[in-house]
Design a protein around this ligand. Sequence first.
Ligand code: DQQ
Length: 576
Amino acid sequence: MAILACALLSLCCCFVLASASHHFMNKGTFFTTLNVQASQSQPYRTGFHFQPTKNWMNDPNGLMFYKGYYHLFYQWNPYAAVWGNITWGHAVSTDMLNWRILQLALVPDQWYDLYGCWSGSATIIGPDKPVLLYTGWSNVSFSRDNQVQMQAMAVPENSSDPLLEKWRKIEENPILVAPTDINSTKFRDPTEAWIASDGKWRMLIGAKRKNRGLALLYKSSDFVHWEQAKHPLHSVPRTGMWECPDLYPILVAGKNGIETSANGHGVMHVLKVSLDDTKHDYYTVGTYVSDTDSFLPANAALDAGIGLQYDYGKFYASKTFYDSGKGRRILIGWVNESSSSENDIGKGWSSLQGFPRQVWLDGDTKNSLLQWPIEEIESLRRKSVSLSNVPLKAGSLVEVRGVEGTQLDVEVEFDLPRMDLAEALNVDASNVQVTCSNLGASRHGALGPFGLLVLASDDHVEQTALFFYIVASEHGWKALVCSDQSRSSLARDLDKTSYGSYVSISQRETSLRLRVLVDHSIVESFAQGGKVCITSRVYPTKAINNKAHLYLFNNGTASVQVRNLLAWEMASAKID
Ligand code: DQQ
């Protein structure tokens, strides 16, 4: 019935397009060189990343751990491999590796969500009481605007079912419409709610006023009736629309996570915002004072939307949740394609969810995070190879033999080379991506580039390079961390932008570390224990299946030494 309703809706609503563009668009001539049709093999589908069996997916929604199951909801188009007709897909897992896809949780079937059930969150408001808050997108014109975003709520039909298969929208919906000073097309993506010091619920909604990004704050005693707080919890000028905000507590010491309402001594807070204008997820660490409903970043220069990114590649609209089973906080983000919509239609699907990461506060800085793939991934490790003390002279290219293929987990550690040889280069923190593009993996600098080539064809014409490049700047040594996709595929109709960031190298550091997860068309890099993360999408045409190779390289003029390398071939997880 729900599917039928959705099909009818899609017929009349397929012409409706949202303001946000969700895809890399071709500029100029279109070269169909990927040549992947749905009927042909699928070299770019992944082995251990979550993806539905077909069609378009975007943001992760409503993440939670409930009665022994991890729940992942996601924005999904049941009819096409492009954005539109948005429903909430639903999958469950006991390990966040193997997923079982259930029936759709929310479909557009009410006047207030006629055009789509947009992003939102889950809150477990009491024992056996999970609820979903989401944004309904409709054209019902009871306000001054034609198209409006409203907030709505759904509850499980049967909360003793650990799979939470069926959801019911409550009669009081919509529970919130945009305040009069906010454009009603800029009012979306409710967060998980938390309890403040007055015992009342709080939640945030993303918005913008002029070009200022806002996290509007709402309060409620019963979770159904919400009242707007006097001030937004936080806002930053010139950051544009804030989509999918996320606010959560983090312990000052240690790796454990804490429940979303926790606050007090030894606790700081992270505010994350997804910038609609640039499609990057920015976070800031600070203090949330619930008595005054205020949030103060620890370092104003690293405020939300202008400082740190979770990931310097492709990673957006992410969300965290507290995993009460293992006492940790987990982050999952949407990883879009870097191919054209035409190619996605050809292959019949679009987008992945990034591999789940555990997040905790970086004890070195106290104002940034560390992110690391969840430990469950280790159960997929199979054949391995281990190397130590491998010298890499200038110009070296060394194949790592013993592991091959397109599903790998690689950890490599380089001894710090002679730092007095580092070139002087002042790194513009806001523009490392450009520096990485200009440097490229094939440049010959002094201390770098050196690192890994993954998904490389045997003639090296296809390769994705993950590398370090050490420079001396005014404020000490820095290692640029770059992901160079410029040679990742012979196909031309792709976004091959290089990505990058940097880590500062302190006096007590003796090595540079890089972990890379490779899974057919996604490469996720974690530098220096998770201080910098970069996700990229690549579409090799030759380095596919068992024809992909792994190399160590050093294109710098000074020697470097691999202290250790460990690499595993990875088994596939099960998604059904
Ligand atoms: N995607 C959803 C919106 C959200 C955006 C629509 C972020 O709710 O703002 O699919 O990618």
